[in-house]
Design a protein around this ligand. Structure first.
Ligand SMILES: C[S@@+](CC[C@H](N)C(=O)[O-])C[C@H]1O[C@@H](n2cnc3c(N)ncnc32)[C@H](O)[C@@H]1O
Ligand code: SF4
Length: 389
């Protein structure tokens, strides 16, 4: 990773809101539609890109991230047009990271060549599990074998790839999970994302859970699964650089580091969020309309589908910075706190609370930075509520 006090850089996020089917655990802004007018969507994404480019002239793009939804269902020509337009409107770093999230099915891998030709150089595959019955439970349309062949295709066609796994599934033991991680490591290269299953309001799993029909692991089992993840992936040379993200040094997702280091990013497409700093130093939160069809109509009418922009106050800048930065193993650089908020950390947080969290083994504080330990990252919500009380 680059030095902690570096400029976190500027990234561009592009949201593709469609999926083949809706997974029962997922609360992302993703929708199933019979048909999508790809030409119309391409034109609208380009228009909204222009809207944000007009306001961020002179910035240098370090990363573009196509997220979703399932952006591997986009026409590759759409990704190509967005990348080309981004290169026209902004300066790009020579080794710009361009990531595409993809579902590991043969339909998607069939278009990998097109995405690679468009300029995508990193793919993040939603493998989720390496066991067919777990994949069935998660409502996925692929088998473990199909996922592994998609991973092999990604390795062949793109400079870098990562894949996602979901753990802490009902009934999962530490022994089962470590065996699954060992299997994953046989196919991984530089990066893996491992998410603890969370029950999100509005999902099918939330309904089942409410009825008592989903036996989720208890807190001790969840902690043991988290610890096993740190141990197995750390021993294999992919330590956690963020709560759920593991990489060989230098292989971290540069785009996601922009969020976690509290850098600026433009968010394009339905429901995309952004953070933009103006020349006067003020920081602004942007978000676009979530519903795909309304987003499309607004962009066609107004050139963008942004909701009224909100200034982020210094107090909120500190809170957001800690919420993001303490997810990272490297923690938050105190110099960046001063730069973002105009005040040093010590004048803005309760020193006794920090002391208690350090003594309890949840935080470390030195001259340059505040970091959460692995135990702190595992309980980050509780740490943050003590810190920001
Ligand atoms: C936008 S999706 C990834 C791309 C693609 N749509 C897919 O699912 O293959 C982002 C990732 O978030 C994770 N995720 C989504 N909902 C989750 C939940 N409730 N608990 C844990 N992980 C979740 C999954 O691992 C998923 O791959
Ligand atoms: S997990 Fe991925 S494929 Fe499933 S609904 Fe969410 S965004 Fe779509």
């Amino acid at each position: 990773m680059t030095a902690l006090d570096d400029d976190p850089g500027f990234g561009v996020y592009v949201h593709w809101p469609f999926c083949r089917s809706k997974c029962p655990y997922c609360d992302f802004n993703s929708h199933v539609r019979e048909a999508v007018d790809h030409d119309r969507w391409r034109r609208a994404l380009l228009r909204e890109l222009d809207h944000f480019a007009d306001q961020t002239a002179g910035r240098t793009v370090g990363s573009i991230f196509f997220g979703g939804g399932t952006p591997s269902l986009m026409a590759p020509a759409t990704a190509a047009a967005v990348i080309d337009r981004a290169a026209e409107r902004w300066t790009m770093v020579p080794d710009v990271e361009i990531t595409l999230e993809a579902n590991p099915t043969s339909v998607e891998t069939g278009t990998f060549d097109g995405f690679a030709a468009a300029g995508v150089n990193r793919v993040s595959l939603g493998v989720q599990a390496l066991d067919d019955s777990a994949l069935g439970f998660l409502g996925r349309g692929h088998s473990a074998a199909e996922a592994m062949s998609a991973v092999a295709e990604a390795a062949r066609r793109f400079e870098r790839f990562s894949f996602d796994l979901i753990y802490a599934r009902p009934g999962q033991t530490v022994a089962q999970w470590t065996a699954e991680l060992d299997q994953a490591l046989a196919h991984a290269e530089g990066h893996l994302s491992v998410y603890q299953l969370t029950i999100e309001p509005g999902t099918q799993f939330h309904t089942l859970h409410g009825r008592g029909e989903l036996g989720m692991p208890d807190a001790d089992t969840q902690a043991a699964l988290f610890d096993a993840t740190q141990r197995v992936l750390g021993d294999a040379g992919l330590p956690a650089y963020e709560i759920s993200n593991h990489a060989r040094p230098g292989q971290e997702s540069r785009h996601n580091l922009v969020y976690w280091r509290y850098g600026d990013y433009a968010g394009i497409g339905p429901g995309a969020h952004g953070r933009l700093t103006r020349a006067d130093g003020s920081k602004w939160a942007t978000r676009t309309h979530r519903a795909p069809e309304i987003w499309l109509e607004r962009v066609e009418r107004d050139g963008h589908a942004e909701a009224p922009r909100e200034a982020v106050s210094p107090a909120d800048r500190l809170a957001e910075m800690l919420m993001m930065g303490l997810r990272l193993t490297e923690g938050v650089a105190l110099g960046r706190v001063l730069a973002e908020t105009g005040c040093d950390l010590h004048s803005q947080v309760d020193g006794d609370a920090v002391g208690r969290l350090v003594e309890g083994g949840f935080l470390t504080l030195d001259r340059d930075r505040l970091s959460a330990t692995a135990a702190g990252r595992q309980r980050l919500d509780a740490v943050l509520s003590t810190l920001l009380a």
